[in-house]
Design a protein around this ligand. Structure first.
Ligand code: 2HG
Ligand code: ZN
Length: 490
């Protein structure tokens, strides 16, 4: 099944989930929306709404009758109520940086895009409770900075942090580079405020670390990609701000060595380990070509690299000493071949810019965001590459990602770049090969990028009918009219 299997209402046809038909937004609904938010916050001109209708990866360029920009939770609730009465689908949107098309409409359904960008205030910071209450449209860097100013850390960190919004991060359960130490977006919240599909507001902005009073409702909305309701505010968990950081770039002979080194570092340094990113030679080469001003931190052509970061609340020198001892041991035992330890913040940042340039350096190919148990990552890399080479001789896998979480971005191009487009034309077959390997190893076909419209037709092949049934049951319970982000997830 592909994205084209979404019918005009975004309903999964013939799969046992029937919602009442939805309609395209009518002029009467647009009038109502303009009354709720004021005419200047209802965008309808093609030039004004274009940027909201193409996703970050430029996979989908859609049409929509309008983009509505509420300025308060009450306005969000009123919009949802109006769309419900008119039976019109709503597409909640944060920074529109998602990678699976969850934040842009499906084509031809006349859906209303609801942008949360004006809900951008930090509402409260409680340094003794280590919490911060924010509106959904706050940009991730704005939140990180507010936490830092209070001497705290908000640890969620990802490439799009300068433009993604916390509501979107939570709705997609974003991952990023610090999951190893701090967990996914899911682990960063204590409470939520959510506008439900019937227009009621669930006021769950609690700052409690213990609350054992039945189902954990907030977690149902995290990762639901706006299909069960719209997150309008959140109580975030803050952490102690580390005072020391050690960042290094290592060459390793094989992914097996990298996994063994990861385990060794975990045993030696515990949760000081905050990032452990695997980078294949193809990725590093692509970055050096794409950004010629950057340099490889290590001489020689090595097949695999690891960017490792440790943080602590001790003195910088103490952490550096611990790190050096661990790195020397790894070199002596042959777990790593070579290593460069950053000796300044600037050097650490330039190691990170190598890593962060990878997505742009290999933009056009067949992308996968998969996870398997950490122990099985080497098998995944080998099996998938072998199977792809058999089916498409001359493939070039760009493998990189969050090895510490078992999450690999396995993006497939061709050694001869002129043949990449013909591989992209066969992306369904490429996906199948990769996902079948992942499935055999007990993995997930979407580790951190969500389902959106990109993988909606695929999850039914890799989740059990029971899981799909339970997910559809939730959807029906929360959103019987099917107006919330139709055509996404389930
Ligand atoms: C990353 O880890 C992002 O850089 C993007 O998840 C991955 O572009 C990609 O494939
Ligand atoms: Zn990633």
């Amino acid at each position: 099944m592909t994205e084209t299997d979404n019918n005009a209402n975004g309903r999964p046809g013939g799969q046992g989930f029937v919602t009442p038909p939805l309609r395209p937004a009518s002029p009467a609904l647009l009038d109502e929306l303009a009354r709720i938010v004021g005419a200047r916050n209802l965008l309808t001109a093609a030039d004004d709404i274009g940027a909201y209708l193409t996703d970050a990866r430029r996979q989908y360029t859609r049409t929509a009758p309008c983009v509505v920009r509420p300025g308060s939770t009450e306005e969000v609730a009123a919009i949802v109520g109006a769309c419900g009465r008119h039976k019109v689908g709503i597409v909640p949107q944060g920074g529109n940086t998602g990678l699976s098309g969850g934040s842009v409409p499906i084509e031809g359904a006349g859906q209303v895009v609801l942008s949360l960008g004006r809900l951008n205030r930090v509402l409260h910071l409680d340094p003794l409770n280590n919490t911060m209450t924010v509106q959904a449209g706050c940009i991730l860097t704005q939140i990180q900075e507010a936490a830092r100013e209070a001497g705290r850390l908000f640890p969620l960190s990802l490439a799009a942090e300068g433009s993604c919004q916390i509501g979107g991060n939570l709705s997609t359960n974003a991952g990023g580079v610090n999951v190893l130490r701090y967990g996914n977006a899911r682990e960063q919240i204590l409470g939520l405020e959510v506008v439900l599909p019937d227009g009621r507001v669930w006021e769950g902005l609690r700052g409690l670390r213990k609350d054992n009073t039945g189902y954990d409702l907030k977690q149902i909305f995290v990762g639901a990609e706006g299909t069960l309701g719209i997150i309008t505010a959140a109580v975030l968990r803050l952490r102690p701000l580390p005072s020391a950081r050690a960042t290094a770039w290592a060459a390793v002979a094989t992914p097996e060595h990298a996994v063994q080194w990861l385990q060794r570092m975990g045993a030696q340094l515990g949760d000081r380990l905050s990032a452990f990113e695997l980078i294949s030679r193809a990725c590093l080469d692509a970055v050096l070509q794409h950004r010629p001003q950057l340099r490889s931190p290590i001489e020689g052509a090595h097949a695999w690299h690891v960017l490792v970061e440790l943080v602590d609340s001790t003195a910088e020198a103490e952490l550096q000493t611990l790190a050096l001892a661990a790195f020397e041991e790894a070199l002596r035992d042959g777990l790593i071949v070579d290593i460069a330890l950053a000796s300044s913040e600037a050097q650490a940042d330039s190691l990170w810019s190598l890593r962060e340039s990878i997505p742009a350096a290999q933009f056009r190919n067949v992308k996968h965001d998969v996870s398997v148990p950490v122990s099985r990552v080497p098998e995944l890399l080998r099996d998938a590459s072998d199977a792809l080479e058999r089916a498409f001789p001359g493939v070039l896998p760009y493998a990189f990602g969050h090895l510490g979480d078992g999450n690999i971005h396995l993006n497939i191009g061709m050694r001869d770049p002129d043949r990449t487009e013909s591989l992209i034309a066969e992306k369904d077959k490429v996906n199948r090969i990769v996902f079948d390997c992942v499935d055999r190893l007990g993995g997930s076909i979407s580790a951190e990028h969500g389902i959106g419209q990109l993988r909606r037709g695929t999850i039914t092949d890799y989740k059990s009918p029971l899981e799909i049934d339970l997910m559809r049951g939730l959807k029906r319970t929360f959103d019987p009219l099917g107006i919330m982000n139709p055509g996404k997830v389930v």
